[in-house]
Design a protein around this ligand. Structure first.
Ligand SMILES: Nc1nc2c(c(=O)[nH]1)N[C@H]1C(S)=C(S)[C@@H](COP(=O)(O)OP(=O)(O)OC[C@H]3O[C@@H](n4cnc5c(=O)[nH]c(N)nc54)[C@H](O)[C@@H]3O)O[C@H]1N2
Ligand SMILES: Nc1nc2c(c(=O)[nH]1)N[C@H]1C(S)=C(S)[C@@H](COP(=O)(O)OP(=O)(O)OC[C@H]3O[C@@H](n4cnc5c(=O)[nH]c(N)nc54)[C@H](O)[C@@H]3O)O[C@H]1N2
Ligand SMILES: [Mo]
Length: 762
């Protein structure tokens, strides 16, 4: 029987306003308030003992790798409290003492649940047993593990082709689970391994691979204290990587200059009150940024070109480095000549003097670090813009020596490790050859589908089974209505999760929720305690070992779920010892070591406190590109503009969320409380539309003649460049067009959406 499409629109975010309270935007991050908020979350949700136990093993050697962001831990000394406010929220959310039982799902239909907010979903507690939503039913009901696994295996084996299956991964998955998951997908016969990275730092990987030879950053944490200049572009570390502020503080004290490039004056970039220090509890904190450039959204490429032109004009190019280590400089220099300063100022929104000031700082620094995150990656011209960052650093010889280099600041705690393990729809032939040799099969060579293409495939009926190892696909992806319709078109949607989320509520013909252990929980297999490993943003692989009693006896580890699914699906088609892998994770690591370079002596080195660094050529000044040299790239200045009357909208995170997980309704540093449905606008743009702050408006996005509408939103007057506005993710994902993606990486342009704003009812 063919799937009956579910009513798609029903699963979208509720559209109720919750009562905005406005305060002043903060001018410093952390301090005592951050500590108080951490404790309130931990004790309130997880309970006193469970909460504190989880918290104090965070990021300790032999403890739990924090499930929040991918910022690294210090190699040497670690503070007793090596965590931040938002790490504490992540742990409290996971260590939640409340539980979801079969009664809960008997009482609430999926339609009832879809009417609740993401915040409410997260407050209902941990999933405790596998659940199934059978065709025609609107209530999830319990199902045994064996039956659940058989159900997925049966649907997979009934497909006309392995390429009709999609295996999604979110970046919290451990190295061990990720390695087995991609092995399973490839033995099953597909490279359809879309992941959250496709929506995140894909543009960084696409930009760095061809230019420096590795799709990762080139700095270590210790480089921060050695840098003379640190550029932070399109990143809000005070909220999303709070422990980075400690590194910035150390850099500052060692004499570094910090430059922020961001349309918003983010508190965490202005000053830091270190809660680990007595002086952090008093006074106004350590000022961080010396030069703050409030660039227009999408104006970074122009700004970077402006700085490079000024460097050339000053003769500040490191000629010796360029000659010895790079190629392509002449083409870049020629391309810079085609751009005028008028274009640069108009497009970046930054005055000429400020660009000169930045160029002056770059010219006098020999050791420059450039950090960036979603403000650069989620744009149509993201890959080109990131390659301009590479150009700038290469001009100054600032890659491959201490205190200098590229620092794409990764998001999810193991998103980088998952990619290292082979979670990639476009795997390298060398990786597949190695996998084939080790496991005696022929992995498919044809590239698979990334996240955006996976949505298209489900929409068009080319993919029929959607399996997710973590994440919240419906809410995280662009074009929510299109994604909802796509998921509803599937025969089966199955999610390995720890809590209820919206992706469980807009489903295929049949749906499964497979509850797994969280990272903070003890993982015992065959009577022996196991640990997993993760790789942070700077290429350090380390162990993570939970110590809490699991939320339910029925939870399986992600590794166990993958092993059982592989056995049930592949049967005698697979010679892989899945049973052994499930019972002893050391055996998985032995195989990873044989397949992936850099993991020699994996089991021993994973057990050394602090873990080990993966090899990184560019960090040592060796560039493993086609020519063996780092490569300059020459891009035209891409025009970024919208039609008259439209604003450029970026979708950002509040201080109270982890992606689609909403911990609370406040965005404390920006002074916005109790309301997520806001649109931050410049005073002139508010006035030009005959609006005033507090008005309730609808937002319409415009893309190639298509429109998408979201409502209601409250207008907030904010310090943001004219012509730009900001809203929160995921409420406005419904406005991001599926087809609007970055050239070269296919990442949705979540930071560049053309919108019009109109008073509700007008
Ligand atoms: N607490 C917490 N931690 C997290 C996350 C979370 O949601 N909560 N998410 C994790 C994940 S997966 C990721 S990827 C990271 C995300 O970390 P960030 O990238 O810091 O997150 P965003 O909120 O998307 O913020 C992007 C920043 O870019 C700026 N920006 C937007 N457009 C532009 C532009 O065109 N140019 C410039 N120069 N700046 C721009 C915005 O003003 C904002 O300050 O954080 C990770 N850590
Ligand atoms: N408009 C807009 N859209 C965006 C972005 C944006 O800036 N703007 N950012 C994009 C980015 S950078 C990213 S990374 C993606 C994120 O996309 P995803 O990674 O898909 O989304 P998350 O919200 O991080 O996933 C949260 C879910 O993961 C599950 N989970 C938590 N811990 C575990 C665990 O240990 N194991 C398992 N199996 N599940 C667990 C929980 O059930 C939770 O509901 O969103 C992207 N979408
Ligand atoms: Mo991300």
């Amino acid at each position: 029987m063919d799937p009956q499409p579910q009513p798609a629109g029903d699963g979208l975010c509720p559209e109720d306003l919750t009562g905005l309270k406005l305060g002043a935007a903060k001018t410093a991050a952390a301090g005592p308030k951050a500590v108080a908020v951490s404790m309130a979350h931990v004790i309130g949700t997880a309970g006193f003992r469970r909460g504190l136990r989880a918290l104090f093993t965070l990021n300790q050697k032999e403890g739990v790798d924090c499930p929040s962001c991918a910022w690294p831990d210090p190699d040497a000394h670690r503070a007793t409290a090596e965590f931040c406010e938002n790490g504490a929220k992540a742990v409290a959310w996971e260590a939640d003492a409340r539980k979801l039982t079969a009664d809960f799902f008997r009482a609430h239909s999926v339609d009832d649940l879809a009417r609740e907010t993401d915040y409410w979903h997260g407050q209902q507690g941990r999933l405790t047993e596998p659940l199934v939503l059978r065709p025609g039913s609107r209530h999830y009901e319990p199902i045994g593990w064996d039956d659940a696994i058989e159900l997925v295996a049966g649907e997979l084996n009934a497909l006309g082709s392995p390429d009709e299956a999609l295996f999604y991964t979110s970046g919290r998955t451990s190295n061990e689970a990720a390695f087995l998951y991609q092995l399973f997908a490839r033995q099953f016969g597909t490279n359809n391994l879309p992941d959250c990275s496709n929506m995140c730092h894909e543009s960084s990987g696409s930009a760095l691979g061809p230019t420096v030879g590795i799709g990762k950053g080139t700095v270590k944490l210790e480089d921060f204290a050695k840098a003379q200049l640190i550029l932070i572009l399109g990143q809000n570390p005070g909220t999303n990587h709070p422990r980075m502020l400690t590194a910035l503080q150390a850099a500052k004290r060692a004499g570094a200059t910090i430059v922020a490039v961001n349309p918003l004056k983010e508190a965490g970039l202005l000053a830091f009150k270190n809660p680990q220090e007595v002086r952090g509890w008093l006074g106004s904190g350590t000022p961080l940024t010396d030069l703050y450039l409030q660039v227009r959204i999408g104006g970074d490429q122009a700004l970077l070109k402006g700085v490079m032109k000024a460097l050339v004009a000053r003769g500040a190019v490191d000629r010796a480095f360029v000659a010895e280590k790079t190629d392509g400089y002449e083409a870049l220099a020629a391309s810079l000549e085609t751009v005028t300063s008028e274009q640069i100022v108009a497009q970046s929104g930054i005055a000429r003097e400020a660009i000169e000031q930045l160029a002056e700082l770059v010219a006098k620094s020999e050791r420059v670090i450039a950090c960036w995150a979603m403000g650069l990656t989620q744009h149509k011209h993201a890959v080109a813009t990131i390659q301009e960052v590479v150009n700038l650093l290469l001009m100054r010889g600032s890659i491959g020596k201490p205190g200098a280099g590229l620092c794409p600041v990764r998001g999810h705690s193991n998103v980088q490790g998952d990619r290292t393990m082979g979670i990639y729809e476009k795997p390298a032939a060398t990786f597949l050859d190695s996998l084939d040799r080790e496991f005696g099969f022929n992995a498919p060579r044809e590239h698979g589908l990334d996240t955006v293409d996976a949505i298209r495939a489900m929409r068009d009926g080319r993919a029929k089974v959607f399996f997710a190892l973590g994440g919240n696909f419906l809410s995280a992806t662009p074009d929510t209505a299109a994604t909802a319709a796509a998921l509803a078109n599937c025969r089966l949607t199955a999610h390995v999760s720890i809590k209820l989320n919206r992706s469980h509520l807009v489903t295929g013909h049949t749906a499964l929720i497979l509850p797994c252990l969280g990272r903070t929980e003890r993982d015992v297999q065959n009577g022996a305690e196991q640990f997993v490993t993760t790789e942070n943003s700077m290429g350090v692989v380390q162990m993570s070992k939970g110590s809490l009693v699991p939320a339910s006896r029925a939870l399986l580890s992600e590794v166990a779920i993958v092993c059982r699914l592989a056995r049930a699906t592949l049967g005698t088609r697979s010679q892989v010892p899945w049973i052994d892998f499930e019972s002893n994770y050391d055996l998985i690591r032995d195989r990873i070591e044989r397949v992936i370079p850099g993991f020699a002596d994996y089991n021993a080195r994973a057990r050394t406190p602090g873990g080990f660094y993966l090899p990184n050529g560019p960090r040592e000044g060796a560039f493993p590109t086609a020519t063996g040299k780092a490569r300059f790239t020459a891009h035209p200045l891409h025009e970024v503009r919208v039609e008259p009357g439209q604003l450029v909208m970026m979708t950002v995170r509040t201080h109270d969320q982890f992606n689609t997980t909403v911990y609370g309704l406040d965005d404390r540093y920006r002074g916005i409380k109790q309301e997520r449905r806001v649109v931050l606008m410049h005073a002139a743009d508010i006035a030009a539309r005959g609006l005033k702050a507090g008005d309730v408006v609808s937002l319409t996005s415009h893309y190639r003649g298509e429109t998408r509408v979201a409502r209601p939103f409250v207008v907030v007057e904010y310090d943001i460049p004219a012509g730009c506005c900001a809203t929160y993710f995921p409420e406005t994902n419904v406005l991001v067009p599926l087809d609007s993606t970055a050239d070269g990486s296919n990442t949705p342009t979540s930071k560049f959406v053309a919108v019009t704003v109109a008073r509700e009812g007008a």
